[in-house]
Design a protein around this ligand. Sequence first.
Ligand SMILES: O=C(CO)[C@@H](O)[C@H](O)COP(=O)(O)O
Length: 216
Amino acid sequence: MKNPVRIAPSLLAADFTRLGAEVAAIEKAGADWLHLDIMDGHFVPNISFGPGLIKALRPLSAMPFDVHLMIAPADPYLAAFAEAGADWISLHPEAGPHLHRSLQTIRALGKKAGVVLNPATPIAHVAEVIDLLDLVLVMSVNPGFGGQSFIRSQLQKIAALKALIGDRDIRLEVDGGVTTETAPLCVEAGADVLVAGTAVFAKPDYATAIAGLRGC
Ligand SMILES: O=C(CO)[C@@H](O)[C@H](O)COP(=O)(O)O
């Protein structure tokens, strides 16, 4: 069965002086999920925000909170993100020695578990842990910053993952350089969740931007 396409604006591109209002605005504009990029200045060369912000935003929105951990190690912080209000928690295979155990921990916390593949990370990691996955996130830029250009080779990776996932109940998400030009290519390759930062928050009308990414 084909999943409907979900649009997940990335808060990293929002106006940090008015985050509560930004979250309310994208929800009203039709966003499906809120994507939250957690960066530690070590796993990626940027620092963003932590569980405190997620806890502050949680009462303001009914959207599922989709938390992408760009931190290493990730294991010591999984419970904090779960308690703060994350619904989906995804991490990189490179973030620790025991991806399988990390995914088990996320599920034991009652959350949906995801694995994230950098542009140079092979899909073999997914096959090894597929029974523990609710989501696979393909990075179509090198993680750390918004506003980068889409790496087109990742379309083949999305298609290969779609074939690997088959009819399992696993979302296939793409993040980085997603625009009205690249979004249809991602969906055609098999993605069903589109993360977009600048393609939403840098636009004057969020509803038009979200509808454009959804292809309607
Ligand atoms: O995780 C990241 C970057 O590391 C992304 O979520 C970006 O924040 C997406 O930004 P755009 O490429 O859509 O502007």
